[in-house]
Design a binder for this molecule. Sequence first.
Ligand code: SF4
Ligand code: SF4
Length: 380
Amino acid sequence: MVSILKCDNYDFELLKDTIKKSFENLGGIERYINKGETVLLKVNLVMKKPPEMAATSNPEFTGALASILSEYGAKVIIGDSPGGPFSPMLLKSIYNVCEMDKAAKMGNAELNFNTEHIVCEFPDGKVLKKITAGAYIKNCDKIISVCRLKTHCMTKMTGAVKNMFGTIPGTTKAEYHFNCPDVNNFADCLIDICLNANPVLSFMDAIVGMEGEGPTAGKPRKIGAIIASENPFHVDFVAAKIINTEAETIPVLKNSIDRGLCPNNIEEIEMIGDNYKDFIITDYDVPKTKSMHFLGGKPPKFLEGFVDRHIQPRPDFDYKKCIGCGDCARNCPAKTIEMKNHKPFVHTSKCIRCYCCQELCPKEAVSVYRPLILRIMSKL
Ligand code: SF4
Ligand code: SF4
């Protein structure tokens, strides 16, 4: 069951009313949470950005959800492992800029500062049998995924499923990117991580989403809805419909369908609330093919140089915006960015096209360059 409800803005009382109705639509809070339980709101704090940029979870949205759960009798913790190092000091500063401290006050919740790692055995994983996660995901009884509808340069869209990648601590995320450079393989990795975290509910803020160069450098786009479900795959499927994108073209959804976790037909998803069709945005700016495997595999050796230069998309640096902080080089999973005279240069032959450099650049100095041949091919 997926609840979809109109919600036009971030007025705290409106949010509380709409989120309460979402719970009612899904059978009531008591169906998912027992009084006295500790609930982790796994927000999305991908990087230090203020709420109006729409890159991170909205503080009023998070605060309203926390407030409902606290009033119900749960203990609420707000947490995420953003990109970059996972340390209490950096968490404090990111909570402050993303206004999660305000959300915690509004919702009578605590902020997580536990940065310990644990290793979870996950024998049912398709690609991951062991998952290194932040210990904070096991120091609670239930997890709720609190995501925002955003585009993503590598995975096309990020929502309830990919939000759980933030359960992987800090720079360990780079290892997962590096070990799964193929976007389809990485999508399976994201699905395994989501299944391991096992959120009891997912709440998607589709009031204002992000379009274009997401997940951090895109533009806010008003949509006006809150989507909620116990099934994160269904939430993402409905979100894909709203941004007018075929689920089959979004690697996480395609693989979820292949793995029997999600139907390939919206008619098979039970929905309650408003009609999802009323929220569809036909001109939502969704990134085109940016995967390294658009040709269906690696090119022959003799073509590698040509493909690399003239067909593959690649990160492109705007040196006027770049302040030479080196965050891109430090967080590049393939260690293929070299800082020369405080400016980054990519050795593209080793680049795995994960776009962590773009995601974590504080100055939006990284974009995705798509060579002419690729642009023509993606129109075919
Ligand atoms: S992260 Fe951005 S600002 Fe920092 S060095 Fe890289 S491109 Fe420049
Ligand atoms: S250069 Fe950027 S896109 Fe390429 S591997 Fe490094 S972080 Fe990923």
